[in-house]
Write a protein that binds this ligand. Structure first.
Ligand code: MG
Ligand code: ZN
Length: 222
């Protein structure tokens, strides 16, 4: 590697093995949320609008139950702790950039990484129903209404780490725009298809041991 890396790693389906938002809806939302997910997937509404709508169906007093639910069911991908240790040893800044919501993302990552390294959406439980807040919304260069805008986050942090090699790790469509801005992409699942379609070089991975190994051996496609 020529320049020092900085890592932007997705959360749902990347750090955790499965997606949490849909699981939360299945468990806690009254029926009628499914068409909203469909609308998000076929892009007839933005991710920000859709995620806001989904959570607005759930009563604020479910907060602690949802946290327990996510903590109980979420399985962390193999090698994640070792990966964190590796980035510390190598002095590589690591950010978890997630379209998830703070109240369940932070507890899953507690005692693993610092809160400052987690970039995600926010939440407000002061009203009857859950309200999602958007501290990382799109900057003026993005018109996708992402919610947590990964390319905007990268643009912002690029200024903190000028000339660094940007590494993106992810699994799905929300990582595509970030992957276009990356120097190195680690992809699994649907993001592999999207990288192929867009001719973005990527290194496939299944566990974080694969990522550590590739970074140690400098066996990355870029
Ligand atoms: Mg994901
Ligand atoms: Zn955006």
């Amino acid at each position: 590697m020529t320049s020092h890396p900085v890592i932007f790693c997705d959360f749902d389906g990347t750090v955790t093995e499965k997606d949490n938002i849909v699981a939360i809806m299945e468990e806690f939302a009254p029926d009628g949320w499914q068409p909203i997910v469909k609308d998000i997937l076929n892009e007839s509404i933005s991710i920000r609008e859709g995620v806001g709508k989904l959570f607005s169906r759930i009563s604020s007093d479910k907060r602690d139950e949802i946290i327990q639910f996510v903590l109980t069911r979420s399985k962390i991908r193999d090698g994640f702790q070792e990966f964190i240790d590796f980035t510390k040893k190598e002095n590589i800044p690591l950010y978890i950039v997630s379209g998830g919501i703070d109240f369940f993302v932070h507890p899953v990552l507690e005692n693993k990484i610092e809160a400052e390294q987690i970039i995600c959406n926010g939440s407000d439980f002061s009203k009857e129903f859950i309200e999602i807040t958007w501290p990382n919304a799109c900057d003026d260069k993005c018109t996708n209404d992402c919610g947590c805008c990964k390319p905007s986050v990268i643009r912002r942090l690029e200024q903190k780490y000028p000339h660094s090699q940007k590494i993106v790790i992810g699994d799905s469509i929300t990582d595509l725009q970030a992957s276009k801005r990356a120097d190195v992409v680690f992809a699994r699942d649907y993001l592999i298809e999207k990288c192929e379609e867009n001719s973005i070089p990527y290194t496939p991975f299944e566990t974080f041991f694969d990522v550590i190994h590739a970074l140690e051996k400098k066996e990355v496609r870029s």
